[in-house]
Design a binder for this molecule. Structure first.
Ligand SMILES: Nc1ncnc2[nH]cnc12
Ligand SMILES: [Zn+2]
Length: 339
């Protein structure tokens, strides 16, 4: 099954580019940018990745992002991700970036976005890996700051497909960001939002009803509200679930306790994604393999999850059809592909 998963053509819909910063690259960038890290070695960095909840992770994640200074740094970060994703047969990725993490420490948005965009072009041309960018508002900061970054992003609108909402969820309800989402949608952006990761099912409702979110990032707490489950199922609203992240941040005590299989069996459009792979112990393959092993996902389950991801992308119909064909060819040429 592991080999089968490794070869599976994949789509990634929940990936923070800042969360792909591997300790080796963090050290290389710190050195070339003359930045002092609080860790002495790569091993020390990895040992610090022992999280108790979302906030304990975010503190380290934002500190790590300080090494990103130049356009080349952002290019190298994204190129390293694309290379890794390509090696794992990721065919398309929709990638979050957190501009405020960088602009608030004096890095111009232009620097961030030019580096990311150039890596996207190279991934398309050299790896046949397509991608979209999703601009995330940091929800621990005031909604006014989100409005300012939306304005600042205006010149790069054609390079950004959607807006998203991430960072600390507790006590930061989506309702706070209704105005900025309304403006973003009026400007033509699509929209997604993190909700129901640590926060309650009520935040998923708010993301859907007040922000017009077309996908829910995480959304695992939706199981607490039967009415919400029916709403999500009836409307085929995708949930971008991140199994290793949820275990690392103690949303579930272990992978065996994860509810992705339960949600899949209920008919929800669940997908598997890697969130912050450099911090949570794995990229797409590792997430699929861990969930398959501990939850007993069948080939049929893997087919449905893969199909869900394709349906959930922001690609146009011809590109979705092409990906579905690729998936069908893979299943029909790799053993007894029951589905
Ligand atoms: N899992 C996560 N939840 C909220 N914000 C994040 N930013 C990066 N990873 C995140
Ligand atoms: Zn996330």
């Amino acid at each position: 099954m592991q080999k089968f998963i490794e070869g599976l053509p994949k789509v990634e819909l929940h990936l923070h580019i800042e969360g792909t910063l591997e300790p080796e690259l963090m050290f290389a960038m710190a050195e070339r940018n003359n930045i002092k890290l609080r860790y002495g070695s790569v091993e020390e960095v990895r040992q610090a990745y022992n999280f108790t909840d979302l906030q304990s992770f975010l503190n380290i994640y934002y500190a790590g992002a300080n090494v990103l200074q130049t356009e080349q740094d952002f290019y190298d970060l994204a190129w390293a991700y694309f290379s890794k994703a390509h090696a794992q047969n990721v065919r398309h990725a929709e990638i979050f970036f957190d501009p405020q993490t960088h602009t608030d420490r004096g890095i111009p948005l232009e620097t961030v976005i030019n580096g990311l965009h150039r890596a996207q072009q190279d991934a398309q041309n050299k790896l046949d890996l397509s991608s979209f960018l999703i601009l995330c508002f940091l929800r621990h900061l005031p909604p006014e700051a989100a409005l300012r970054i939306l304005d600042e992003a205006q010149p790069y609108k054609d390079w950004i497909i959607a807006v998203g909402l991430d960072s600390s969820e507790k006590d930061r309800p989506p309702a706070l960001f209704e105005e900025v989402y309304s403006q973003a949608r009026a400007q033509g952006y699509l929209s997604v939002a993190h909700a129901g990761e640590e926060g309650p099912a009520e935040y998923v409702w708010e993301a859907l009803k007040l922000l017009g979110s077309q996908r829910i990032d995480h959304g695992v707490r939706s199981v607490d509200d039967p009415e919400l489950l029916k709403y999500l199922t009836d409307r085929h609203i995708p949930l971008t679930v991140c199994p290793l992240s949820n275990v690392k941040l103690r949303v579930f005590p272990s992978m065996k306790d994860h509810n992705i299989k339960e949600m899949l069996d209920m008919g929800l459009r669940v997908t598997i994604n890697s969130d912050d792979p450099a911090y949570f112990g794995g990229y797409m393959n590792e997430n699929f393999i861990a969930a398959q092993r501990d939850l007993g996902l069948t080939r049929d389950d893997l087919y449905r999850i893969s199909l869900n991801s394709i349906e959930a992308t922001f690609l146009d119909e011809p590109h979705k059809v092409a990906l579905k064909q690729e998936l069908d060819v893979y299943f029909s040429t790799h053993g007894d592909a029951a589905r």
